[in-house]
Design a protein around this ligand. Structure first.
Ligand code: A3P
Length: 290
């Protein structure tokens, strides 16, 4: 995968109240018109909630835990990113999906109200992964430093303020939560994947059956340490002009509760009070520590 010549921190563009990368906004009508097959499966997350981890688990489940087959290509080619429309080097999701026969597996970061209608019409399976707000924020803060196509994250305190005011995390996790029964969404938590791998749950949801040995193998192959050194999962295939992993690794820390190293007690208190207000209408059982 080669880098484009002009990489810079593109400003985000508003689409129906949601800030998206400008390249995605430009291609928005094509994303909305996407027609999935009823057998297609969507993995949906707020960015930095464990998307890549889930993608790797799903690909290994589909291929019976065969590590070699699952190293056939970078994760972005094995499970395309639906709405991504460059900037290069990663090919556009819709282009990649054209060349694959259903059942197709793809990922999205779109909030539920922006997911193309076709997924609901066709009752496609959706795997949603949520991560507790503070760890999600810390991970995103580091990602925004190293992804040179994202707006500057700025100083930490401002970043925390922006996260609370922006509301997008809160709306994202709530949107899928409220619809999960009606739309048969498998709603998972990053923190559970850590404690006790939920590979069996995903397997059952996808109507697959794999032996305990294969499941054990997938647990090992999707552990943080193995994935960190897997060039087809650790985003080292993206050039430094786009993802500068000398600033922060894509597989950075992979822990539950790392937020404690970043939030001051005062910031944490303000965050928690605001959280209680923003999440008052739901009871989503997040864990912020193991
Ligand atoms: P950290 O920045 O906290 O380390 P996404 O894939 O949605 O962009 O999420 C990236 C986050 O998931 C990063 O979090 C990354 O380290 C973590 N992650 C990726 N693979 C993981 C694994 N196998 N085990 C634990 N965490 C993982």
């Amino acid at each position: 995968i080669k880098a484009a010549s002009a990489i810079y921190r593109f400003p985000l563009v508003d689409v129906q109240g949601i800030p998206l990368m400008n390249s995605i906004a430009k291609n928005w009508s094509a994303v909305q018109a996407f027609r999935p097959d009823p057998s297609d499966v969507l993995i949906s997350t707020y960015p930095k909630a464990g998307t890549t981890w889930t993608q790797e688990i799903v690909d290994l489940l589909l291929h019976n835990g065969d590590a070699e087959i699952c190293r056939r290509a970078p994760i972005v080619l094995r499970i395309p990113f639906l709405e991504l429309n460059s900037p290069p080097p990663i090919p556009a999701g819709l282009d990649l999906l054209k060349s694959v026969q259903p059942p197709r597996f793809m990922k999205t970061h779109l909030p539920i109200q922006l997911v193309p209608e076709g997924f609901w019409k066709n009752k496609c399976k959706i795997i949603y992964v949520a991560r507790n707000a503070k760890d999600n924020l810390v991970s995103y803060f580091h990602f925004d430093q190293m992804d040179l196509t994202q707006p500057e994250p700025g100083p930490w305190d401002e970043y925390v303020q922006k996260f609370m005011k922006g509301k997008s995390w809160y709306d994202h996790v709530k949107g899928y939560w409220k619809e999960k029964e009606k739309r048969n969404i498998l709603y998972l938590f990053y923190e559970d994947m850590k404690e006790n791998p939920i590979i069996v749950k995903i397997m059952q949801y996808l109507d697959l059956s794999r032996s305990d040995d294969i499941i054990d193998k997938i647990v090992e192959l999707t552990s943080f340490n193995v994935m960190k050194d897997n060039p087809m999962a650790n985003y080292s295939f993206v050039p430094k002009a786009v993802f500068d992993q000398s600033i922060s690794k894509f597989l950075r820390k992979g822990e539950v509760g790392d937020w404690i190293n970043y939030f001051t007690p005062a910031q944490s208190q303000i965050f928690d009070e605001d959280y209680a207000r923003q999440m008052a209408d739901v009871d989503i059982p997040f864990h912020t520590k193991i």
